[in-house]
Design a binder for this molecule. Structure first.
Ligand code: PMP
Length: 427
């Protein structure tokens, strides 16, 4: 009997390239048929065949309070009933901006946009506009959305497809993008010594989540901060994934580093399209309509999306929420590591706040090159064994995973138990 997922995939491919609206969803690297989701609740998603999965994808980050949280759904319904979009400012946008500025002290002013791609793309333009310089520095394995000048040695789906860059990006567009190795402090120092006066900005995921989870060393980020200040370059932390996820106040709070611009997304929309970029007034004053750097959006600050985001931001500030999320995510990482060790599989795991990494490697990776040494065929078999057992991990070896506030002890234990069997079957 063909599954409904197979039938839907066949149908989807007729009218949508590859059957999906974002590449990693297609299961290309792990093989098999993507699951078409019909609905979700708390820690679970259900596919078209009615099968339930414990969800560790969490919409790739936003679903931090669990799916269809009643408070978030109610906020969305109430906002929707008052009108879907006005193209004029609302008080809710002020409240959201105030909340972001309060939670992320490096941000004094913020502009709301609709996707992480827009946030980083606009942050780059702002950095270039504010400095009058062209050169941008990024790091191998970091993904900052799909703006042309950032599609160089990017992570996530692009790693999966072995596509270090994208067709359709003129070489001219990336000639101002310098790609360095993540966590290679010496290389960064050398680059600044040679070109520091031409560098508009350095953009980095302070905790990388697009080559699986890779932590930056404090030395790497501290040196980056120091060099940017010394040479007048703008330091952009891309916290689209790590913001409100690695810690309530972002990865920057864990490292005690103040970036000049922060890009946010995912969690701040609570599952609807909200992203943002912000920083000190001194840099944000360059934005239109008060400054010369242009940026705009028909649906920016959309009232329904902002309502979902605000409700989510309130929930993650409830007493104990982040402590519990962090503990649960760490229990998962430790449980998986112990299960793999029992089976004798070369594997390790790591977690920061509500995000985690799983690696078919003997030690945690500290760079793109280290991550690339992981055993992909083993990951793929593990992925499918877990999927069969009803546990949905990211369908590619280079993605971080996400736990929500709805994942309790019993659910995590169940997942670890399933993993024990999956690891045993690998050897
Ligand atoms: N930056 C980072 C760090 C991301 O993880 C992502 C998305 N995974 C983006 C930017 C792009 O965000 P979006 O998909 O909303 O455009």
């Amino acid at each position: 009997m063909t599954s409904k997922n197979d039938t839907l995939m066949e149908r989807a491919q007729r009218t949508t390239p590859g059957g999906v609206n974002s590449p990693v969803r297609a299961f290309r690297s792990v093989g098999g048929t993507p699951r078409f989701i019909t609905h979700a609740d708390g820690p679970y998603v259900w596919d078209a065949d009615g099968k339930r999965y414990t969800d560790y994808v969490g919409s790739w980050g936003p679903a931090i309070v669990g799916h269809a949280h009643p408070t978030v759904v109610k906020a969305v319904q109430e906002a929707a009933a008052k009108g879907l979009s006005f193209g004029a400012p609302t008080e809710a946008e002020i409240e959201m901006a105030e909340e972001i500025c309060r939670l992320v002290p490096s941000i004094e002013q913020v502009r709301l946009v609709s996707s992480g791609t827009e946030a980083t793309m606009s942050a780059l333009r702002l950095a270039r506009g504010a400095t009058g310089r062209d050169l941008i520095v990024k790091f191998e394995g970091c993904y900052h959305g799909h703006a042309d000048s950032l599609l160089v040695k990017a992570g996530s789906g692009l790693l999966t497809f072995g596509n270090p860059t994208s067709a359709g990006v003129p070489a001219d567009f990336v000639q101002h993008t310098l790609v360095l190795e993540y966590n290679n402090t010496q290389q960064l120092e050398d680059a600044f010594a040679e070109m520091g006066d031409d560098i508009a900005c350095v953009i980095v995921e302070p905790i990388a989540g697009n080559m699986n989870l890779v932590r930056a060393t404090p030395e790497f980020l501290n040196t980056m901060r120091k060099l940017c200040s010394q040479y007048g370059a703008v330091l952009i932390f891309d916290e689209v994934m790590s913001g409100f996820r690695a810690a309530l106040h972002g990865a920057q709070s864990l490292y005690g580093i103040t970036p000049d611009i922060t890009a946010l997304g995912k969690v701040i929309g609570g599952g609807l399209p909200v992203a943002a970029f912000g920083g000190k007034v001194d840099i944000m004053k360059h934005m239109a309509p008060i400054g010369p750097v242009y940026q705009a959006g028909t649906l920016s600050g959309n009232p329904v999306a902002v309502a979902a985001g605000m409700a989510t931001l309130k929930l993650i500030q409830e007493p104990g929420f982040f402590e519990s999320l962090t503990r649960q995510t760490s229990r998962l990482a430790q449980g998986l590591s112990a299960a793999a060790a029992e089976a004798g599989v070369g594997f390790c795991a790591d977690s920061v706040g509500g995000m985690f990494g799983i690696y078919f490697l003997d030690q945690k990776p500290d760079s793109y090159a280290a991550m690339m040494r992981s055993d992909i065929p083993k990951f793929n078999r593990f992925f499918h064994a877990m999927l069969d057992a009803g546990h949905f991990f990211a369908p590619a070896a280079f993605e971080a995973g996400f736990v929500s506030g709805a994942h309790d002890d019993a659910i995590v234990d169940e997942t670890v138990e399933a993993a024990r069997k999956a690891f045993a079957a690998l050897v």
